[in-house]
Ligand binder design. Structure first.
Ligand SMILES: [Cu+2]
Length: 131
């Protein structure tokens, strides 16, 4: 009888462990985004080669974000729903955009959209970290 009770406790522990693991997975939609944590900044660099850094940023509503092309190639910043190629950035060029709406805005480089994608997360609360 004692062994049966121990087994029961173990079963409960196992169930809790599985539930915790499942909850952990559910909080990370996509899975492929692991490591792409949004950085709080208004400056995105385009370093060598073919990338936005950081690729995912978070800003307060009303912020102006600036992209600077530090690469040796021409790139662009084209937001979803915009005509290609969006804002074209030759080496050394920069472009800015002000975000007056909260939300998650994705963009690509129209010339290298398979390698170069980015996201701007605009939060309602100014200056504080959103949940
Ligand atoms: Cu590009």
């Amino acid at each position: 009888m004692i062994s049966a009770r121990v087994l029961g406790v173990r079963a409960i522990v196992l169930v809790v462990a599985i539930a915790t693991a499942t909850a952990g997975c559910a909080s990370q939609p996509g899975g492929a985004d692991r490591g792409a944590v949004a950085v709080t900044t208004t400056h995105v660099d385009l370093p060598k080669s073919y990338k936005f850094a950081p690729a995912s940023i978070q800003v307060a509503i009303g912020s102006t974000v600036t992209w600077t092309n530090s690469d040796n190639f021409t790139h662009s910043v084209q937001f979803a729903g915009e005509d290609a190629p969006g804002a074209v950035l030759k080496p050394g060029d920069s472009t800015s955009r002000t975000f007056d709406q909260a939300g998650s805005f994705t963009y690509v480089c129209a010339f290298h959209h398979q390698n170069m994608t980015g996201t701007v997360i605009v939060t309602e609360a100014s200056g504080s970290a959103a949940p």
